[in-house]
Design a protein around this ligand. Structure first.
Ligand SMILES: Cc1cc2nc3c(=O)[nH]c(=O)nc-3n(C[C@H](O)[C@H](O)[C@H](O)COP(=O)(O)OP(=O)(O)OC[C@H]3O[C@@H](n4cnc5c(N)ncnc54)[C@H](O)[C@@H]3O)c2cc1C
Length: 490
């Protein structure tokens, strides 16, 4: 008899779980509360501009390949991927920016030009990071995280020292490099995707390997094309999609979910996978006696930042911008403290500008520019239009200065997105953007579990469980949960 799998949410983890289960003959239904598929990675279109609403950095390309290879497919069967050159630039002030080229030997020379001996040190740093990357991908990231015995693997035990799980990323970087600009280049990935570098295990230098050695990729048409590709694959495998279907309740028989319920309907399920925000399902949908965690547990989690985003369509071409631009022209420590310690709107923010129209003609009309401004912000604080606008002007003034052009007078499309939208659109706990912070106490088996011990047919996927936030980990999360169900329940 075929199993019925009901998957809640249509983000990367849900799509990857859906395809993996359908491939093994399951009857899979995906229920999405919004009108569009893709979760945080959906797109919207306005006046000829196509905006990616969430992810824009395509790192760890091997994880995408591994996923499609499971189905004897390749990413290129579904979307066109290019390598960006430069991968990104960091702007320290209006006359000093550093471009990170796609060639690793160029990056080594760049480091050497800022600090004598730093080229060789970077090579060693990235060689070590590559070892961590390979170990993490091979032995850690695909583990379901349900038992500590999973960690007792030969590879992990022999290499535990090399993985630097117990030391801080900031200390690791500081041991290698003195120059503050070089330190910023290495620290920004962990800062933007999850936690303060001083609280992040040095294991996460694996992200520096991906960003500097593997390089930064871009799917033509935007990240939404990756979602489209996965949806197409799912449909080829027979997955059914139900948009505008918010799951609000469950019915139970013998401590199992028998049906998941929307406002107007109920759907039978043998297995349920929640790929929607874990906290929301655990605390707001399940009856208390079935929750895996308490309110106190969730309140004590350290969340990765939320963010303020502006999607802008600009009626001219802009100078000096690359595809990815990091504005590090203010005090990084202050902004990090405002996110993680002071939990307030930043005094003087860092921000990120994505300008995909520099690479891709399809995302903006001719002679116009597609801009995405993102400012990391602590989750769970007050969000209103006045604050959004105040920070919009802070960002745009700095952008105008850097481009040496007026922008405010050329705005064709302007849409903001912040904490309140994350809550209302995705049921996101505290309006988080990327789930839990990447701290040691929230890594691997210490994350919320993929299983619910009280309900034997309920499982979780997505950025709040293993292996963590980001598109590649969310892809892996969907594969983990599907494999776990197939192994233990078929
Ligand atoms: C602004 C932003 C920028 C990012 N940038 C990057 C980047 O550059 N690179 C990168 O790798 N990662 C990035 N990330 C992180 C990455 O996008 C996420 O980690 C990943 O997409 C999360 O996928 P997920 O499977 O957890 O599901 P989500 O994308 O969170 O989707 C969950 C879905 O569940 C739905 N849902 C919620 N409640 C219900 C319900 N009751 N019933 C039905 N459906 C429900 C939601 O509507 C949503 O569609 C970014 C994230 C954000 C927000």
């Amino acid at each position: 008899m075929l199993n019925n799998y009901s998957i809640i949410g249509s983000g990367f983890s849900s799509l990857c779980a859906a395809a993996s289960l359908a491939k093994e003959g399951g009857k899979v239904k995906v229920f999405e509360k919004n009108n569009e598929l893709g979760g945080r990675a959906r797109q919207f279109t306005q006046d000829g501009f196509i905006f990616d609403m969430g992810p824009s950095w395509y790192w760890m390309p091997d994880i995408f390949e591994n996923f499609f290879n499971r189905f004897d497919k390749n990413p290129s069967d579904y979307y066109e991927l290019i390598k960006l050159d430069p991968g990104f630039q960091i702007i320290f002030n209006s006359s000093h920016s550093i471009k990170i080229n796609s060639s690793f030997s160029d990056i080594l020379s760049l480091f050497e030009s800022y600090e004598k001996g730093a080229g060789d040190k970077l090579k060693k740093f990235i060689d070590d990071a590559e070892i961590k990357y390979n170990l993490a991908v091979k032995s850690l990231m695909y583990q379901p995280g349900v038992s500590f015995f999973e960690l007792l693997q030969k590879d992990i035990l022999i290499n535990i020292g090399k993985m630097s799980i117990f030391s801080s990323y900031r200390k690791l970087v500081a041991r290698h490099f003195k120059n503050p600009f070089l330190r910023n280049i290495l620290e920004f990935p962990v800062l933007f995707l999850g936690s303060s570098p001083k609280d992040t295990p040095a294991l996460y230098s694996l992200m520096a390997f991906s960003g500097l050695k593997q390089g930064t990729y871009y799917p033509i048409g935007g990240f939404g094309k990756v979602i489209d590709g996965m949806v197409e694959l799912c449909k080829e495998l027979g997955v059914e999609f139900y948009t505008n279907h918010e799951i609000t309740d469950c019915n139970f028989v013998n401590h199992k979910i028998s049906e998941i319920v929307t406002k107007s309907n109920a759907f039978k399920a043998d297995y349920v996978i929640c790929g929607a925000d874990y906290h929301h399902f655990d605390q707001n949908i399940l009856p208390k006696e079935y929750s895996s965690y308490s309110k106190k547990y969730w309140d004590n989690r350290s969340m990765s930042p939320s963010c303020l985003i502006y999607y802008l369509g600009i009626d001219k071409r802009l100078a000096n911008l690359e595809h990815h631009n990091l504005f590090f022209d203010s005090d990084i420590e202050q902004h990090t403290d405002d996110i993680y310690k002071n939990k307030q709107w930043p005094q003087d923010p860092l921000f990120y500008v994505c300008c995909p129209s520099k690479t891709d003609k399809t995302v903006a009309p001719k002679n116009k520019e597609n801009l995405f401004l993102l400012m990391p912000l602590t989750s769970g604080i007050v969000d209103n239009n006045e604050l959004r606008e105040e920070y919009f002007y802070k960002m745009i003034n700095r952008l105008e200065k850097y481009c040496g052009q007026t922008i405010l007078d050329k705005i064709l499309v302007k849409k903001s997105y912040c904490i309140n939208d994350f809550k209302s659109d995705y049921n996101a706990f505290k309006g988080n953007a990327y789930g839990l912070a990447n701290t040691l106490l929230q890594t691997a088996n210490l994350k919320p579990k993929i299983i619910n011990k009280k309900i034997s047919n309920l499982f979780y996927a997505g950025q709040l469980t293993v292996p963590g936030p980001g598109v590649p980990p969310s892809i892996i999360s969907g594969q983990i949960v599907a494999d776990y169900i197939l192994k233990h329940n078929s």
